[in-house]
Design a protein around this ligand. Structure first.
Ligand code: ADP
Length: 593
């Protein structure tokens, strides 16, 4: 949906409603009819009062009271029923819009680069998808019919006010008009920008709050205060500043609006005084009474219009957020996808920069990995190991140069085919809230239970399965079910066993809770790597000694490459790293003995 970016929020919502847009129209028509009918009981009540005053003190002559009373009840009831019918239509349309928006956003997210999703965090994307669609649901289901009511009611009221006594009507309309004008200053473009700022600062503050809560253990351990989380404090300060400035800027318009909208009563008093000066007639009393009855509705309606404006700004902001997500470019799919001939990897002069970064994360990198070769990426943190590995799996597209698998540029391999060729075992393994069986089955959806068991055995997971009474049917994430980082990584290795892709990218965990776990993960890795092209992002040098080629990455470039022995002979960065590594090992051993 490209064209609607400049369209109003309403036409965008109508677009998402599809055929259900007629239900939206129906809801507005029904709400309008209901608003007009809802004014009729006031007329009947006025007739009742009029009759009582006219027949006083002989109340037995008041014969129409009951009938008018019934009319008042029936018309109120009718207005209510019609309004409910309108709400039913609006809800049906709202649910359709919500589901269409969610589907469009999720379909789009599925095509986005994995790297984008990883860098944004699934929580943030989910928030945009669910919150923006939920905001439109409330708007269509409730606010739009209410808006129809809040436009129809003043029209009906003004007509009635002018019909009963146009002089009193006109005088009462003056404060109503002033209230309406002061309300205008609380809306408009400037207000819309403010609303965006508000939503932005709220979002930043919640994101920082999550970071803060996550960091509480560190804060406690080192006896720090909230001021250590400078960004969180800045976010709170910014929010506070915005809220105070907003409240101050709204004071005057709000005071004027409340004064004028409630000032309609004062207008009635003035009318009573001015028009009663020449003698109070029964008719004047009835009319004044009528205005006393109906003017609170006018005040209430004006309030509703004010709130309708606010909800419109919320929905506009929600739609803008949705467009920000929809504007992220998906990865291109080739018209003529090709299949890789083998599991070799060739990088030719690759450069890459993260979307918001100023400097390249990878610069002019070239390498050839033959089928079945095992290579390791080592080097200082931030050197580009994870980035280059994620470019091979096409989590991002390179900005210069090319990456080929089996002789075919990854851009010319369909996503499905590429995923068949590459398994990526992440450092922080992602397990979903489903049974262990289903979690592992994500590697191959038609795998039998026996195949899953074999994969679990190969990935050294049997101790995890035996720990839980429900075995492989244990649901991850339910109460009492806890798997450590190392266990989660072994379960995801089981997934990779099932998938059995010819290229394997292993992001070794930086730290393991216990040596037993580490040993099991290493065994599982070794078995999984057999007969595959393997790229290991290594954080400890003990694991890279036997690989076919070690690439030392620094500042997004290959600084050295070769086998362990060759690199030691060179006496460069790697040999320095190796010496440092051995010192720490000796230090650890020395400490332990
Ligand atoms: P390594 O895996 O060697 O620790 P990375 O590949 O993670 O290094 O990082 C390489 C460079 O790219 C670093 O300068 C890092 O700050 C930057 N970087 C990594 N991820 C992102 C991201 N999502 N957005 C922006 N910059 C990033």
């Amino acid at each position: 949906m490209k064209k609607e970016k400049k369209q109003s929020s309403l036409s965008q919502l109508l677009y998402y409603a599809g055929n259900h847009k007629y239900l939206m129209y129906a809801s507005w028509i029904l709400a309008t009819i209901s608003a007009f009918i809802a004014l009729m009981p006031f007329y009947y009540i006025w007739l009742i009062i009029k009759e009582i005053v006219e027949v006083r003190p002989d109340f037995n002559n008041a014969v129409n009271i009951q009938t008018n009373g019934w009319y008042a009840v029936i018309t109120s009831f009718l207005a209510y029923i019609i309004y409910i019918a309108g709400l039913m239509c609006s809800h049906k349309a709202a649910f359709r819009v919500q589901s269409n928006m969610r589907m469009e956003m999720m379909n789009h997210v599925m095509k986005l680069p994995m790297g984008y999703i990883e860098s944004q965090g699934s929580g943030k994307i989910l928030k945009i998808v669910s919150k923006s669609s939920a905001a439109t649901e409330t708007y269509i289901a409730h606010n739009l019919p209410d808006k129809a009511v809040s436009y129809a009611t003043p029209i009906g009221l003004i007509a009635m006010m002018l019909f009963f006594d146009w002089r009193i009507g006109l005088i009462c309309l003056i404060p109503a008009l002033l209230a309406f004008l002061s309300m205008g200053s609380m809306m408009g473009k400037a207000m819309q920008d403010s609303m965006k700022e508000y939503q932005d600062s709220l979002e930043t503050m919640s994101a920082e709050a999550v970071e803060y809560v996550r960091g509480i253990p560190v804060l406690k351990t080192f006896g720090q205060t909230i001021y250590s989380f400078k960004r969180f404090k800045t976010a709170i300060d910014k929010y506070e500043k915005w809220t105070i400035a907003y409240t101050i800027s709204m004071t005057m318009p709000m005071v004027l609006f409340t004064t004028f909208s409630n000032g309609i009563f004062a207008a009635i008093v003035i009318c009573a005084y001015v028009f009663g000066g020449n003698g109070v007639t029964d008719m004047l009393v009835f009319n004044i009474l009528f205005y006393v009855i109906i003017t609170p509705i006018l005040t209430m309606t004006l309030m509703k219009v004010a709130y309708a404006g606010e909800s419109q700004m919320i929905v506009m902001d929600a739609l803008n957020r949705m467009h920000e997500l929809l504007d992220v470019k998906p990865l291109s799919e080739s018209d003529k996808p090709q299949e890789p001939a083998d599991s070799s990897i060739c990088m030719d002069n690759v450069s890459f920069k993260y979307p918001d970064a100023t400097e390249n994360a990878i610069s002019n990198m070239s390498m050839i990995i033959k089928p079945g070769q095992h290579v390791a990426f080592v080097g200082p943190s931030g050197g580009g190991k994870t980035t280059i590995a994620s470019l091979i799996a096409r989590f991002w597209d390179v900005i210069e140069g090319s990456i080929s698998i089996g002789g075919v540029n990854v851009k010319d391999i369909s996503t499905k085919e590429l995923m068949k060729h590459v398994s990526y075992v992440f450092q922080d393994s992602k397990l979903l809230k489903m049974s262990i069986l289903d979690n592992v089955r994500l590697g191959k959806k038609d795998a039998t239970e026996a195949e899953v068991m074999q994969a679990l055995r190969d990935a050294q997971c049997m101790d995890i399965i035996e720990k839980f009474p429900d075995g492989i049917h244990t649901i991850i994430g339910t109460e009492g079910v806890f798997v450590s980082g190392g266990e989660a990584q072994r379960l995801s290795i089981a997934r990779a066993f099932l998938k059995n892709a010819p290229i394997l990218i292993l992001d070794e965990a930086t730290a393991f809770a216990d040596p037993d776990n580490e040993q099991k993960v290493q065994q599982a890795f070794a078995k999984l790597s057999k007969d595959k092209t393997v790229i290991m992002i290594a954080h400890r040098l003990s694991t890279v000694v036997d690989v076919d080629c070690i690439y030392v990455l620094n500042n997004g470039q290959i600084q050295e490459s070769g086998t362990h022995k060759e690199l030691l002979a060179v006496g460069g960065i790697y040999s320095h790293m190796w010496n440092e590594y051995n010192k720490t090992i000796k230090w650890k051993v020395g400490k332990a003995s």
